[in-house]
Design a protein around this ligand. Structure first.
Ligand code: PEP
Length: 277
């Protein structure tokens, strides 16, 4: 019922889907290493392996690739990615430039270390108390530092009434409410249902495409076609080499935010292949 409220009032979902499908966006695959691996030496080994295999998998196809590594590994992994078409990213950034914020790292500091993107609002951060206002401020800090914010949104659980669409809508609206169209096109939205992260559970491709449609509808209504068409919507949550192709083909998404499978270069490479298939 509530889901219908979200998908009505626009070119009908089907027409809208077809319209959006005509617009070709470059896929984006991001590996989120989280707090892995345990040592710098292991990180360098993984970095080399990921760069070699990811670039081989991509070949000459058009696909953006990023790895979000622990901040302390930035410089060494940066040496491995230097000059290669693989973006280095961080997993969070403070909203301000400097301040009495023990344990935080600012977007400006990350940009200075050559970060190209920053994940904000990951559910593992939200679980530690980050709310929509903080996520929005962090995303604004990332934009101000001229990087790409990869904004994670997603429900804790699903209910038959479709209330979860409203949770996702609120998370989305918090970030975009005060953002102009040009800045909005630089945001990447990662739809990550919390119940699917690291659990082996996944929504169906149809569930993902319907959520993507709701996200696109929001952007379409707020900014119009041109901006809505440019914003990439990724899916994250137990993406594997087995399910990636199905999500790409039937989930209508623009790529993935990958956790566990990004720690194995071979698996990450197969997921990249699925994005360009
Ligand atoms: C994530 O943490 O963003 C994630 C999607 O993890 P996993 O792929 O392991 O579910």
């Amino acid at each position: 019922m509530k889901y219908i409220l979200i998908t009505q009032n626009m070119p009908s979902p089907m027409v809208y889907s077809l319209h959006m499908a005509k617009v070709k966006r470059t896929p984006l695959v991001i590996g989120n290493w989280k707090m892995h691996p345990a040592t710098l030496e292991a990180a360098k080994r993984l970095g080399k392996d990921v760069v070699t295999k990811a670039l081989k998998a991509r070949g000459t196809a058009s696909c953006d690739i990023g790895i979000a590594v622990p901040t302390l590994y930035f410089d060494e992994i940066g040496k491995i990615t230097k000059g290669k078409p693989i973006m280095l990213g961080a997993q969070n950034a403070a909203a301000g430039a400097v301040g009495a914020e023990t344990g935080e790292v600012s977007a400006g500091m990350l940009a200075e270390r050559r970060a190209a993107f920053v994940i904000v609002g990951h559910s593992e951060r939200r679980a530690r108390g980050e709310d929509n206002a903080q996520v929005t401020a962090r995303a604004a800090g990332v934009l101000a530092a001229k990087m790409i914010p990869v904004v994670c949104i997603g429900e804790q659980s699903r209910d038959a009434e479709g209330d979860f669409y409203h949770i996702v809508h609120e998370q989305l609206d918090a970030v975009f409410a005060n953002l102009g169209g040009t800045a909005a096109t630089r945001v990447v939205v990662a739809y990550e249902p919390v119940w699917a992260i690291g659990t082996g559970l996944t929504p169906t491709a149809e569930d993902v495409s319907t959520m993507r449609l709701a996200i696109k509808k929001y952007l379409h209504e707020k900014y119009g076609d041109a901006v809505a068409n440019k914003v990439r919507v990724l899916y994250g949550g137990s993406v594997t080499e087995e399910n990636a192709l199905e999500f790409m083909q039937n989930g209508m998404i623009d790529g993935f935010l990958v956790g566990g499978a990004s720690l194995e270069a071979v698996r990450f490479a197969v997921i990249i292949k699925a994005c360009i298939a």
